[in-house]
Design a protein around this ligand. Sequence first.
Ligand code: FVH
Length: 293
Amino acid sequence: MMSVPPPVTVLGLGNMGTALATALLGRGHRVTVWNRSPQKAAPLIELGARLAATPGDAVAASELVIPCVLDYEALYQLLAGATDSLAGRTVVNLTSGSPEQAHEALAWFRSHGADYLDGAIMTTPPGVGLDEVMLLYSGPREVFDGHRATLAALGDPLHLGADPGLASLYDVALLGLMWATMTGWLHGAALLGTEKGTATTFTPVAIRWLGTVNGFLTRYAGQVDAGRYPGDDATVDVQIAAIDHLLHAAATRGLDTTLPELLKSTMERASAAGHGSDSFASVIEVLAAPKAT
Ligand code: FVH
């Protein structure tokens, strides 16, 4: 429990930065903001935020500084004139980037005397502040622990490890999962749409199916980690035969078949590599980098 919520600075008031500042204000933090286009601060000032005149003033105002701007180029540009204020600060960077950029940022902020955590927000602005929403962090554990209570205002904070690149690596892995899932769902909705079905009627059935798919992931995770894929449930060759039904249904209804063709060709490569009788988890063998011998 915090008696007085500590002050926080938010740099960048786009859609996401505004949502972050709003959530912090809602938890009683004194929030200082700065944005390249200062007019975007107006709604936050109404809620009690203070607008700093310069990035340096904004950084100086709080021990915890949360930048959330378009990209790392924008981050370094806006901080170029504020480096003297960074010593003694903790920067929790919620700007999207790559693991390599996170490593460079940790070194850069350390060189200016600041602690650094890299973060990834696993929601869109309306989800910020909800307990069920994850925000991913990586970097020194003690830095995370020191600010965990404040970060909880933004959503459930998950620390993934000391390597600063982990948050962005998980971020892109999870986004890949989301895009693959949502494209499969939209393809299914399009398929049902050819028979007067609607996305609204398809979706509850799809969500129930995802519960079963959850079970497959849990089961196959151990197989992937062990590098052994016993085909005692459904083999790759069985799934190749099954995906032909999807391809047929889609093609005869005039739908785009790019997605099932891609999935089928990936399974076929696994089969050609000798995994036809193995479980679906063996497809990792054609997706992963070759193992060092
Ligand atoms: N919006 C979302 O749902 C996603 C969820 C996951 C995480 N992302 C990342 O968050 C970063 C910011 O995204 P955003 O949605 O807030 O983006 P915008 O609304 O376009 O705001 C961009 C802010 O960046 C400022 N900015 C851009 N270039 C510069 C620069 N050279 N110097 C200083 N600031 C700059 C911009 O300022 P202004 O245009 O208002 O003056 C906005 O504050 C991003 O990494 C997402 O991937 C969001």
